[in-house]
Design a protein around this ligand. Structure first.
Ligand code: UD1
Length: 421
């Protein structure tokens, strides 16, 4: 198989405009929502990503018709009869576990291989399964597959032991074709969850408490099709905000939802970065001074996103003084650290906390990461490092960022994609 790498000549200073794509983590659940209706659904602003292709391939493998018309994805699940999502498709992406909820709602039965995806910690799905069980489901694990049966949703209360993004979505979707109220407590409030809940409302489900951590859903079995534009990707936006800051650049991001990046804006401002809102969906991020150190702790939304932790670690190597980063969501999410240290960073790990001493001069090196956001952090470090950085195996990066080099080149970065066999 041909392997692709990104080769970056640093240091770079980024200036100019970048357009933010639709959110991967909203587009994926919106694709599976289509399983809840027999009517065609229209989804626009879908990012062109490997994970989207993987989800399309899972949905096609069970009979969904997918076409793209004027940049709008049209998904029609009328002829879906299969309830088995096979391992070959599912192993590529953890998010594929999200087909469980809607398949259960549609047919009362679902069989899905236990998922793969980024190697960031254990990432069980026990909370998803417990929620289904509360609704009356029977769950079995057989040959690495989860087999769930739910003939009828019963009225219940589900209290999530911890906040889970796809778990909340899965529970909403499983309950959406029943006609008994299901109260979900300690829900994730990420904007992607809110978009899923709002779309379910337009499909005909009754949901109280959308956007809060307690939602009560009462479904119906004749849910309608929908036509929705995917919200902007707050993690992609955050990554380009960090790219502007780390290169002491001046970048205008358009197509952003500023309120979704509040936690990032606030940390960047504490570091001395200037962030101006130039319109409803435009943020201008610039920096021309020394970066200040900060302490960061990841948390569920609206706290600091774990999906931005790695990129901030790269940035904090360039701040003057000592910063700390505490990861509270995933126990093994520091794959970028060893590679950043090889580039010259001074980072110590103690349990789930990093101490980063800056500012360190980074030098280019061949590096690699096996997690999507860790790969992004290495690209950011490569932008500011002296000399050549080769970020190898960018398969993971392509899962979550639309051709990153094509967005960075117009901003003035010296970066290219190379293929080796
Ligand atoms: C989603 C995002 C991912 C992000 C993460 C946290 C998608 C497709 N992916 O992942 O980008 O990093 O939220 O913001 O939206 N947990 C359990 N049992 C479960 C489920 C989760 O113990 O059944 C734990 C996880 O191991 C983790 C924490 O709960 O420690 C949060 O995980 P969760 O919010 O479920 O992450 P994902 O939905 O998989």
């Amino acid at each position: 198989m041909a392997l692709e790498s990104l080769v970056i000549q640093g240091p770079n200073q980024l200036k100019g405009d970048v357009q933010i794509s639709g959110a991967k983590n909203a587009a994926l659940p919106m694709m599976v929502l289509t399983l809840l209706t027999d009517q065609p659904c229209y989804l626009s602003h879908v990012p062109r990503l490997k994970d989207i292709e993987s989800m399309a391939s899972i949905l096609s493998s069970i009979g969904t018709q997918i076409s793209i018309k004027d940049e709008t994805h049209v998904l029609d699940t009328k002829s879906v009869e299969k309830t088995h999502a096979p391992y070959d498709e599912v192993r590529k992406m953890r998010a594929s576990v999200m087909v469980l909820g809607p398949m259960l709602a549609r047919t009362g039965r679902a069989r899905v291989a236990l998922p793969g995806g980024c190697a960031i910690g254990v990432r069980p799905i026990d909370l998803h399964l417990k929620a289904f069980e509360k609704m009356g489901a029977t769950i079995e694990i057989q040959d690495g597959d989860v087999i769930a049966t739910l003939p009828k949703v019963k009225a219940c209360k589900v209290l999530f032991d911890r906040v889970t993004v796809t778990g909340t979505m899965n529970a909403l979707m499983a309950a959406s074709r029943g006609n008994e109220p299901v109260k979900l407590m300690n829900c994730a409030t990420e904007p992607e969850v809110t978009q899923v809940a709002q779309t379910l409302q337009t499909m005909g489900a009754t949901i109280e408490g959308v956007g809060t951590d307690t939602m009560t859903i009462c479904g119906r079995n004749d849910l309608q099709g929908f036509s929705t534009r995917v919200i902007p990707d707050r993690i992609e936006a955050g990554t380009y905000m960090v790219a502007a800051a780390i290169t002491k650049g001046d970048v205008r991001l358009s197509g952003v939802e500023p309120s979704h990046v509040d936690s990032l804006t606030s940390k960047l401002e504490q570091m001395g970065v200037s962030i101006q809102k130039e319109g409803q969906d435009i943020l201008r991020v610039s920096m021309n001074d020394e970066l200040l150190p900060v302490d960061i702790q990841t948390a569920p939304y609206p706290g600091f996103a774990t999906d931005m932790q790695a990129q901030f670690v790269a940035l904090l190597t360039q701040a003057n003084g000592k910063s700390t980063v505490t990861e509270t969501i995933f126990e093994n999410r520091f794959m970028h650290v060893a590679e950043l240290v090889r580039m010259g960073a001074d980072i110590r790990i103690k349990n789930s906390m990093l101490s980063i001493s800056g500012k360190t001069k980074l030098s280019g090196a061949p590096v690699m990461a096996t997690d999507l956001r860790a790969s992004a952090s290495l690209v950011l470090a490569g932008l500011v490092a002296e000399g050549q950085t080769t970020v190898n195996r960018i398969y993971h990066l392509d899962r979550g960022y639309e051709r990153m080099e094509e967005k960075l080149i117009p901003l003035g970065a010296t970066i290219s994609r190379v293929t080796s066999s």
